[in-house]
Design a binder for this molecule. Sequence first.
Ligand SMILES: *Cc1c(COP(=O)(O)O)cnc(C)c1O
Length: 411
Amino acid sequence: MILARERPQIKSSAEFIALEDRYGAHNYHPLGVVLSRGEGVWVYDVKGNRYLDCLSAYSAVNQGHCHPRILATMMEQAQRLTLTSRAFYNDQLGLFYRDLCEFGGYELALPMNSGAEAVETAIKAARKWGYEVKHVAPDQAEIIVCAGNFHGRTTTIISFSSEAQYKAGFGPLTPGFRIIPYGDARALREAIGPNTVAFLVEPIQGEGGVVVPPQGYLSAVADICRQHNVLLMADEIQTGLGRTGKRFACDHEGVRPDVMILGKALSGGFYPVSAVLSDREVLGVFQPGDHGSTFGGNPLGAAVARTALAVLQDEGLIDNAAKLGDYFRQRLQEIESPFVQEVRGRGMLIGVQLKPEAGGARAFCDQLQTQNILAKDTHGTVIRFAPPLVITRPTIDWALERITAVLTAAN
Ligand SMILES: *Cc1c(COP(=O)(O)O)cnc(C)c1O
């Protein structure tokens, strides 16, 4: 439903791109497509061309674009009440807390907006837990993270990135973090000291290039954390909520992290909603005034997120990701391409690692665009395929034909 609202007078992709270039900071390098509509797994550009979305806004639209049930909730709630701030109670937040805690199996939740804010919240919770519960000396708390991590873009979070570009020019950086290799449980055991309060880890490194750790890694680090009274904090902002074919990627190894960090698909792409889930021992450290956000926990976001969670469960999207994700990955593995080194991933989070001589993933993504498939290169040499979880087998077959053509053509 398009309300009476001025539609853009300009029409061509080039004009929209020129506008962004002229007036926007150049902190992204988008593919040359200008989108104006989305429905399910499909997005449409300003000329009406249809594309299969294989990025899903970095897994924020697991439920598909403009899901009708989430849209209905959004419209209904937007006409009633959108923002109260947490200075007052509202009639949506408690219901969201309850549904989210029951879905995740945790005692308490703390809502934020962006993923980065949820990571910041987890860091603050871990530090305060370290001082109040573990009795670490003041200002000595240390958090262990992994090389190749991506946890967001705030000043503190980029301080522990191993990606030089993320940090260059943004110092001074926040101290208190230690970087160890990813996928190496022994490195964690050796890095833990008396002041270690938490280990922050992605169960699969998404932005790092869809890096899947060795089987048993998550359960091994969970054991090590338990033995040393260190909080295991899983950043499942990208891997959670069905993407890998389970509720959370940690479920693949039966691991329940002490702290679960969610964002992206928590709202099905309608609204920025993120959250930290944990138990009373950890989130209980926050007292009124310790932490907050004007928009965090607002009734519009809370209502939207409840429906987004319900859609994941009611429509069997988690099982769909498991079944069709395996199918998609296997079929990609069967493509005989001179450029592909490895196809890896879990569920519907798939990375195609190109050989060094393939000349980078970006050119392949540009080629895929000409075939009406939108995918984004990550880490230079990896093409990520992560379509919305509402995708069907015929659509995957449609995509495979085109992906095969691009991966087997002489570039
Ligand atoms: C996207 C992402 C974030 C940051 O989320 P924003 O909403 O962009 O701040 C953090 N961690 C992981 C694993 C992500 O994929």
